[in-house]
Every structure is written in C-alpha cells, then in structure tokens.
Design a protein around this ligand. Structure first.
Ligand code: NAP
Length: 335
C-alpha cells in the first residue's frame, strides 16, 4: 500500500481549519492524530504514515508549517476539523502532561485534558470514528502495584485526576473507545528537556558537578516508538473487532529509578558516573505528589497478542546521540 498520507492536501487559512481532499487520490483508512507536534504524537504520526494510513496531525504552538493548527479547547474548531476531515480513527495525544504545570495552571490544563477530550469523544461518536485516548499510570497512587486494567484508580495529583476525568469523559460519550494508559515516555526528542527521562542527560554529561538523583520512585521508561506500534495495532484490531474497547495498559518491563537511569546512560556512553549519587528521601520541594510505583500490568494487550517487546533501556537511549558532543558515539557504542 502506498504512503498515501501525502495525497491528502491541507490548506492553511489563518484562524481557520480547512482541509482540501483530492478524493480520487485518498486511499487507506484515515487517522487524525492530535498532539502530533508532541513527544508521543510525532511517533504515532510516523507509525501510521509508514503503514499505509492517511494521516492528518494537529498541533498548536508548534504546528506550522507541517501540521494543522487547531486549538482543541475551541469547540467550534474541533467540530469543523472533524466535519471536514471525517476520520475513521482519532488518536488523541494532546494534553498538558507536566504535573507541576498542571498544579499551577489548573484551569487551562482541565480545559485541554478534560473538556477538549469530552468534545472530541462526542464528535468521534457522532461521526462513528474509533477514538483512542492516551492516558497515564498516574491515575494510580502507586501504593499497591502492579495495577490491572480493572483496578480502582486513585490519582495523587491534579494531572492524574484530569487524565482520569478524560478517561471517564471518553468512555461516557464514546462507549466503543479505547483508553491506553502508559508510563513515563522517552524517544526522539527535539530537546533533551522534552522528556523527564532524556532531561537526565544534562546531569549525567556534566561529570564536573556532583548530582543526586531520585532513587525512591520506581519507573518503567517506555519508548514512544513502541507505544506508537501498540496504538496502530490496537486501532487496526478494534476496527475489525468492536469488542476491543475500554481500558488497556502498555509499559516496558525494566524497572528503574531516575538514579538507575542516569547510571545506565553513563554506562551506555562510557562516561564516569562517580558524580551521581542516589537520593533516598523524597524531596519536599516537589510541587505535585508522584506515585512511588505505578507498575502497569499489561495482560489485556498480551492476551490479544497486541503487546510489543521493548528493547533494553541502554540500547534505546541512543535517542540521546544528537545531544552528545562526539558524534562518533553513534557508530562506536550502538552499532
Ligand atoms: N510524556 C510522558 O512521559 C507521558 C507519560 C504518560 C502519559 N503521557 C500521555 O501521553 C500523551 C502525549 O504526551 P506527550 O508527552 O507527547 O505530550 P507533549 O510532548 O507535552 O505534547 C503535548 C501536545 O499537546 C499539544 N497541545 C497543547 N495545547 C494544545 C491546545 N490547546 N490545542 C491543541 N493541542 C495542544 C501540543 O501542541 P504544540 O506543542 O504544538 O503547542 C503538543 O503537540 C498525553 O496524553 C500524556 O498525558 C505522557
């Protein structure tokens, strides 16, 4: 099948969403990816495009020139977008996912994480599109892992509560929807600060400064590429089998604290880790509480054979190579 995403023409009109489709050329199922300028959305966009889907991605501040700019908190713009594009599938990645920002700018975050999700879910149901909502392991309090899909959520912070509300709005308005909960993500980044995992690189690389990294909270760093494959497989299967709906979990298996991730990065790039030390007490300065261990049990995906086996963390942190001073690492360490 051709990569027919390129055959969907999008015309940008300032302040207005407008899509121009050459019907004769458009082939393959059509997916709308929200948050396609973001960490996960970029990987999802690429995965669908590389597998014969017609893809339209939306962004907001970073959208132009490549993607469609649509403020998802503007209900009319959302309706117009779906009316014009009529997707078969919507993968909803856009969110405010930084817990400390959500704590400080709660209203704006709720508007995006809850209200925009609610509108999208209603519109998805109205146009019979499959709706895939990306959620988080932060819907759990982290006191009693691992968490199955049916375990009762109990979020510790406003971000987790807003994502849980987004899940509920999704399933209320669109009972056939799929909710995919994922843990901390990393992958190809535009800057290392884009992911809580890759941002550790600044501390690892600067061997002249001693640095204490959290060694309390257990995390399961998961590559965006793997999540994107799961999204595509889930959508393909759910389009054939409507019994595939509701909540799914996906996570890499490797359990690591941020201190252990730092040590692993130093080892991968053959740097000294002598300047890194484990912080074994929770910082009282953190604005938003985080779960200690919200390990996800992914049995529903596994039973349906929709799981993806993640590579070891040290082999996938090669997404850091563009941020190394010495580009020879690409050849010497990872290949
Ligand atoms: N990153 C993680 O570690 C992690 C962990 C668990 C779950 N998740 C979930 O995974 C999903 C994707 O997260 P991510 O890490 O890819 O987030 P991200 O990198 O912060 O990207 C957020 C996206 O939302 C878009 N956006 C922001 N405000 C918008 C608005 N008003 N209208 C339309 N779009 C808007 C942004 O567009 P512009 O940048 O163009 O403005 C961007 O594309 C989220 O649902 C998140 O809750 C993420």
């Amino acid at each position: 099948m051709s990569h027919s995403g390129a055959e969907l023409r999008i015309r940008f009109i300032p302040g207005k969403v407008q899509l121009v489709q050459e019907e004769a050329l458009v082939q393959g199922p059509r997916v709308l990816v929200t948050g396609a300028t973001g960490l996960l959305g970029r990987a999802v966009y690429k995965e669908f495009q590389n597998n014969g889907w017609v893809v339209v991605g939306t962004g907001y501040r970073r959208a132009r020139p490549r993607l469609l700019r649509c403020d998802l908190t503007d209900e009319d713009a959302v309706r117009e977008l779906l009316h014009e594009y009529k997707p078969d599938v919507i993968v909803h990645c856009a969110a405010e996912r930084r817990p400390d920002i959500v704590e400080r700018h709660t209203e704006a975050a709720i508007n995006l994480n809850v209200h925009a999700t609610s509108v999208l879910a209603k519109e998805a149901a109205a146009c019979s599109a499959l709706f895939l909502y990306i959620s988080t392991d932060y819907v759990f309090d982290g006191r009693n892992p691992p968490y199955g899909e049916d375990d009762a959520p109990s979020p510790l912070n406003v971000y987790g509560r807003s994502k849980l509300e987004g899940e509920r709005e999704t399933l209320r308005h669109c009972p056939g929807a799929v909710v995919l909960r994922v843990p901390i993500l990393f992958g190809e980044v535009e800057s290392v600060s884009e992911s809580a995992v890759t941002s550790l690189w600044l501390k690892v690389r600067d061997t002249s400064e001693s640095c204490a990294l959290d060694h309390c909270q257990q995390r399961f760093p998961t590559h965006t590429r793997d999540v994107a494959v799961v999204c595509r497989k889930l959508c393909e299967r759910a389009r054939q089998d409507p019994s595939i709906n509701g909540i799914f979990h996906f996570s890499a298996n490797e359990q690591m604290t941020k201190y252990e991730m730092g040590i692993a990065m130093a080892q991968a790039f053959r740097l000294s880790s002598a300047h890194l030390s484990p912080l074994t007490e929770q910082s009282a300065l953190t604005a938003a509480l985080r779960p200690m261990n919200s390990r996800l049990n992914c049995s529903r995906l596994e039973m349906l054979n929709l799981n993806v086996h993640s590579l070891p963390f040290t082999s996938v942190v090669d997404c850091l190579w563009p941020f190394t001073d010495d580009k020879r690492w690409r050849q010497t360490v990872f290949h």
